[in-house]
Write a protein that binds this ligand. Structure first.
Ligand code: NCD
Length: 326
């Protein structure tokens, strides 16, 4: 792997990620899956470094995945939860971040319900002249880079288990169905999949998928069938009821009837089709419960497993390569 290509202090968005960036993240993740298959799953790479998980919004998978990834790299980890913090005493988010900086944090992993908070914190940290790196773990409807990177790793590892590469997704048809409008996972995946040459088709009712999404270089459908036709992969997204201010769908039952991914509907897809979902899943709304649990058709558990190696990859690249270059 050519380590010299990593030039990013912060990872906030995949909008400007290049093919070599994706490849570097994937190949580094691949070497960490080897580490994670050993009896001793820890490496000393980030010994002495501090990784702070600042999760202002709730999370199960992403927060624990980052914590485990940091621990496997031997970093010291700090965890922040707003309910039990000084935020409830009126402290601002930037002051919270500065507190973690003063404790010697090297990497801040940030999730917030508002788009733009990780980039605001990154700007503030840069202004203070520190060398702290900021990693976006999901900000509002904006982006969720590590989810898209672990999705890419999962897709390419499925296509080419012996030697996965970002090139493997080129020309594959990927259908993304669900609440695309409110999904940061979808936005990061659009950048990743389009840059790496996948044929991306989106499917959702017009209220959850404005026509403007075609500008990403994808095909927009307001019906499921044409998106599924010969698809190699189907990514389903959660209906994000907490982000819907108006009633954008008639009912959950109606949504499932028109856009729910079921075994029967997969008959339109390519014979070896696989289903993905970032979780958390609303069973029986965006995907049928039995399909989600079928290991022959679902990569959902693999996504969770791969998340640790992919997050190790990013923490390593950000914590080691930028640290030594700065
Ligand atoms: C997603 C998130 O929080 O952005 N989940 C995740 O991180 N795995 C998707 C969602 O909330 O639906």
């Amino acid at each position: 792997m050519s380590e010299s290509t990593w030039q990013r202090r912060h990872v906030i968005s995949l909008a400007d990620f290049t093919v070599p960036d994706y490849e570097l993240v994937l190949q580094t993740a691949l070497s960490f899956t080897e580490v994670l298959s050993r009896r001793n799953k820890k490496v000393p790479t980030l010994q002495g470094k501090v990784v702070a998980n600042l999760f202002f919004e709730s999370s199960t998978r992403t927060r624990n995945s980052f914590e485990l990834a940091a621990k496997r790299l031997s970093a010291d980890t700090l965890n922040f939860a707003p309910g039990t913090s000084s935020l409830s005493k009126g402290e601002t988010i930037l002051d919270t971040a500065r507190t973690f900086l003063a404790m010697g944090t090297d990497i801040m992993v940030i999730r917030h319900q508002a788009a733009g908070v990780p980039s605001q914190i990154a700007l503030d940290m840069d202004r203070l002249g520190g060398r702290v790196a900021v990693l976006n773990a999901g900000d509002g409807k904006h982006e969720h880079p590590t989810q898209a990177l672990l999705d890419l790793f999962t897709l390419c590892s499925h296509i080419n288990p012996a030697a996965p590469s970002a090139k493997d997704i080129k020309g594959k048809k990927v259908a993304i169905a669900g609440d695309i409008l409110h999904s940061r996972v979808a936005r990061s995946n659009l950048y990743s999949l389009v840059t790496n040459g996948a044929d991306v088709h989106l499917a959702a009712p017009p209220t959850l998928l404005p026509e403007e999404f075609a500008e990403y270089g994808v095909t927009v459908h307001h019906q499921l069938a044409p998106a599924l036709e010969d698809a190699d992969f189907v990514m389903t997204l959660r209906l994000q009821t907490e982000r819907m201010s108006q009633h954008l769908i008639p009912s959950l039952r109606e949504y499932y009837a028109q856009f729910g991914i079921t075994r029967d509907r997969l008959a339109r897809c390519a014979p070896q089709v696989q289903v993905l979902h970032p979780g958390p899943v609303n069973r029986g709304v965006e995907i049928s419960s039995d399909l989600m649990d079928d290991p022959r058709l679902s990569l959902i558990e693999k996504q969770v497993t791969n998340g640790v190696a992919v997050r190790m990859s990013l923490l390593y690249l950000m914590g080691t390569l930028m640290g030594s270059a700065a």
